[in-house]
Write a protein that binds this ligand. Structure first.
Ligand code: CMP
Length: 139
């Protein structure tokens, strides 16, 4: 069955001009882009999106980072797209992420308090629907 996932090109990816390269990889894999929007996140959106990380040491730097510039919000579709995009993205830590993945090829440690790891991808169908509601509230 066709799934949907929420992908974010985080502010580091937009700032570095990697949006096109990242979307190219999603499309080259065979997934379909159903919606793409440049969003300047609000504190409310981020508090909801990152609710599970509240209280962790990297939470405040993470929110500051996500407020530092626009994010490209994307809905991608296809069979297996949720797991498939996470596989394309690679490990959370860009230093450890395997070459061939978005984070492994394009990301690195910049010596900051938060891992600037270029992209986010939903981790389950439930997260995908919840997160699509946060980033595409009109849909
Ligand atoms: P993501 O998995 O999309 O959502 C949570 C984000 O928090 C994660 O990407 C990283 O950007 C950041 N993050 C997760 N773990 C750490 C950590 N240990 N230190 C700093 N930042 C982190």
């Amino acid at each position: 069955t066709i799934e949907r996932t929420l992908i974010l090109v985080k502010p580091d990816g937009v700032r570095r001009g990697l949006s096109g390269e990242i979307l190219r990889r999603v499309e080259a894999k065979g997934y379909t882009l159903a919606a793409v929007e440049l969003v300047h996140a609000t504190p409310d959106q981020l508090a909801t999106h990152y609710a599970e990380h509240e209280g962790k040491p990297f939470y405040a730097p993470l929110v500051d980072f996500m407020l530092s510039g626009p994010t490209l919000a994307v809905i991608a579709e296809g069979d297996g797209v949720i797991a498939g995009f996470r596989s394309l993205a690679g490990a959370t830590d860009p230093t450890a992420a395997a070459p061939g993945t978005i984070r492994g090829d394009l990301g690195r440690d910049w010596g900051l308090k938060v891992q600037q790891n270029l992209v986010h991808g939903s981790d389950s169908p439930e997260s995908a629907e919840r997160e699509i509601g946060i980033w595409f509230p009109q849909s």
